[in-house]
Design a protein around this ligand. Structure first.
Ligand SMILES: Cc1ncc(COP(=O)(O)O)c(C=O)c1O
Length: 400
């Protein structure tokens, strides 16, 4: 008998695994490998957040909480949405989940029927299409061109909407491109959505705080309050507070949607860790200076990486507004042979040869539903980044 369910066959194991397995193997063989493939901050969680977690343990905050999270944390999240985006959510309209990922999972599993369509602009985070497929939905991928800064054009959204469209997902700033939308840039998208009242909107704003040169990523309900009744505004602590391991994601949504997600979560994980919730409360309500310091470091690294990559022959690197990724094109390298004798046929063979010959691990664009590019995470110390970019330059200079 076949062990796994049919639903499991619809999804693929993370495409980044092949490259990270190879990187680990080379490292074990003693090779000097620089990994630029991780999707998490290299900063440590701030001390005040760690201290709050330790205090919570000592105070005995070690029991189940409400499924949707402690009232104190839900109030703090509601205050965050009000302060940062001018959006009013009652604490009952907030749900705290085990990472932003569980919010997405909850939303899709709680609402999709077989064949319902979910519009996903690409390049997109690897998990979106798989979560949609697991929930019986149909991902509808809409490519966004580098010539438009990898941002979705309103007319492309309009063209993708059908009577089966249940959700439109947007990620601002975006993993893997770093592209971010200002309020003006979201206006046209909101106008399309106003014309289609049956489409729900899921906005993943988890990289909101990571934007550079004064750029302010906006969020859908802030730009168009009339969309509030059919939007989930998702955010979390993983990236802004360097808290990936603590597993805190959250969302504001209309009450019926929050209740649906709460019902599902009550039969899966229940609340996320009580200790993590206490830590997140301190993150959201304590001093925020840490974020500014982190952003200044990321900005300097982004500038360094973009400048160095654009000096590598065959590579074209767009300068993004936010997150901690760049998504350069390798079109100029395809069809060439490396110094080590490998042929570059596509983005995947590019990253494999780069790893084998120069010891730099990055993720190929196809993993993000967008071939011809690769993703570099600059959430790595600056010296390693500089060295990695020097090696990429050497690799490209060796192509013939
Ligand atoms: C775009 C995007 N959304 C959501 C997440 C998930 O965040 P969390 O670790 O809070 O589940 C990630 C993590 O990499 C991400 O890149």
């Amino acid at each position: 008998m076949h062990l796994t369910a049919e639903r499991l066959d619809r999804i693929s194991p993370s495409q980044t695994i092949a490259i990270s397995t190879k990187a680990r193997k080379l490292k074990a063989e003693g090779r000097d490998i620089i990994s630029l493939s991780a999707g998490e901050p290299d900063f440590d969680t701030p001390q005040n957040v760690k201290d709050a977690a330790i205090r919570a343990i000592h105070k005995g905050e070690t029991k189940y909480t409400d499924v949707a999270g402690t009232m104190a944390l839900r109030k703090a999240v509601a205050a965050k949405f009000k302060t940062d985006s001018g959006i009013e959510y009652a604490p009952e309209e907030i749900i705290i989940s085990t990472g932003g990922k569980q919010v997405i999972f909850n939303a899709m599993v709680a609402t999709l029927n077989a064949g319902d369509e979910v519009i996903i602009p690409s390049p997109c985070w690897v998990s979106y299409p798989d979560i949609v497929a697991l929930a019986d939905g149909k991902p509808v991928i809409v490519p966004c061109g580098q010539n438009n800064g990898f941002k979705l054009r309103a007319e492309d959204l309009e063209a993708a909407i059908t009577p089966r469209t249940k959700w439109f997902m947007i990620n601002n700033p975006c993993n893997p491109t770093g592209a971010a939308y200002s309020a003006e840039e979201l206006r046209g998208i909101c106008d399309v959505l106003l014309r289609h009242p049956d489409v729900w909107i899921f906005t993943d704003d988890i990289y909101e705080k990571l934007a550079y040169d004064g750029f302010k990523p906006a969020t859908i309900v802030q730009v168009e309050p009339k969309l509030r009744d059919r939007t989930i505004t998702m955010n979390g602590c993983s990236k802004a507070y360097a808290m990936t391991g603590w597993r805190i994601g959250f969302a504001g949504a209309p009450l019926a949607m929050t209740k649906a997600m709460d019902k599902l979560q009550s039969q899966s994980t229940s609340n996320t860790s009580s200790i993590s919730q206490a830590a997140a409360l301190e993150g959201l309500t304590g001093p925020q200076d840490f974020i500014g310091e982190m952003v200044a470091v990321y900005k300097a690294r982004r500038d360094l990486v973009v400048e160095m990559l654009n000096k590598a022959p065959g590579i074209n690197c767009h300068k993004p507004e936010g997150a901690f990724y760049v998504f350069p094109s390798v079109h100029g390298c395809i069809g060439k042979t490396t110094a080590g004798g490998a042929t570059i046929t596509d983005d995947e063979s590019f990253v494999i040869a780069l790893l084998e010959e120069q010891g730099v691990a990055a993720v190929h664009g196809s993993a993000f539903m967008y071939p011809g590019h690769f993703r570099i995470s600059y959430a790595t110390d600056t010296d390693s980044l500089r060295e990695a970019c020097t090696r990429i330059q050497k690799f490209c200079e060796g192509l013939h």
